[in-house]
Design a protein around this ligand. Structure first.
Ligand code: CP
Ligand code: NVA
Length: 303
């Protein structure tokens, strides 16, 4: 079993992972070490603060040994194939996480590894992030059912995973993105196949109105740096600020996977204000990573 897309998980599996993450949060420092003696390979083609540190700490608190592997320092960077890398790592470790530019890289790793592969962000999805978002939402509202999610900004990798999770869990989601930067049609179609009804609009206010959860992310994702000037121009009004937040439900919260570009997609006032759940969300990356690793890596080899 791998976690390449959030859609690899059923509703029941997501809810079970969230329960497990809640238990890890409640028992931090007091839970056992179910992965004692195992190792986790962590391949990174891109920078990371939260994903790297949360996975590394999660692994060590579960008793496993985490190995940070910068892709450029592996033989992968000198032309060894992804398939051979996956085969070799599988002889050493009990799980592989990978943060990659192209989604096909993590798919190829999964196709050739004999241990679980976990997507730690690709250009298409960020499933680990969305598990932490869901844990945070449930923590704040004590439920997921009946909530309206609003995505404000780029229809990117994080947005894709949120759309798919909303479909799996039966949550309403409205995405506000500028034309040309909306979620990919394939993802919207996949969400509809999963029973979802994702709405895509252009106006941020239309998405935010009566929403319970406002979510945003950078206007310029890793890999999009060449388009920065154009993106800063196009995304100018796709910002979670107090005017936008005032349209949402009175108990609404703001989420951001971080890193934030304060003053661009989110203001200081919201980031540091009472409706912000962004630092709980960051913390929950640790608990949800533990839940995923304990589940996938605790099963032993899958040959
Ligand atoms: N949210 C997230 O994945 O952050 P990092 O890029 O710091 O890992
Ligand atoms: N969409 C962002 C998320 C960073 C955690 C990126 O891909 O750079």
């Amino acid at each position: 079993m791998n976690l390449i897309s959030i859609s690899d998980l059923s509703r029941e599996e997501i809810l079970r992972l969230l329960d497990s993450a809640d238990a890890f949060r409640a028992r931090r420092g007091g839970h056992g070490a179910p992965l004692q003696g195992k190792s986790l390979a962590m391949i990174f083609e891109k920078p990371s603060t939260r994903t790297r540190v949360s996975l590394e700490v999660a692994a060590s608190e579960l008793g496993a040994h985490p190995l940070y592997l910068s892709a450029g320092e592996l033989q992968l960077g000198r032309g060894e194939t992804i398939a051979d890398t996956a085969r070799v790592l599988s002889r050493y470790v009990a799980g592989i996480t990978a943060r990659v530019y192209s989604h096909s890289t993590v798919e190829q790793l999964a196709a050739h590894a004999s241990v679980p592969v976990i997507n730690a962000l690709s250009d298409w999805e960020h499933p680990l992030q969305i598990l932490a978002d869901l844990q945070t939402i449930r923590q704040r509202f004590s439920r997921l059912e009946g909530l309206k999610l609003a995505w404000i900004g780029d229809g990117n990798n994080v947005c894709h995973s949120l759309i798919l999770a909303a479909a799996i869990l039966g949550l309403e989601i409205v995405v506000a993105s500028p034309p040309g930067y909306q979620p990919k049609p394939e993802v919207l179609e996949q969400a509809r196949q999963l029973g979802g009804r994702p709405a895509v609009v252009v106006e941020p206010a239309e998405a935010a109105r009566d929403a319970d959860v406002l979510v945003t992310d950078t206007w310029v994702s890793m890999g999009d740096e060449g388009e920065e000037a154009e993106r800063l121009r196009v995304f100018g009004r796709y910002q979670i600020n107090s005017d936008l937040m005032s349209l949402a439900s009175p108990c609404s919260i703001a989420l951001h996977c971080l890193p934030a570009h304060r003053g661009q997609e989110i203001t200081d006032e919201i980031m540091d204000g009472p409706q912000s759940a962004v630092f709980d969300e960051a913390e929950n990356r640790l608990h949800t990573s533990k839940a995923v690793m304990a589940w996938l890596m605790g099963q032993g080899r899958e040959d």
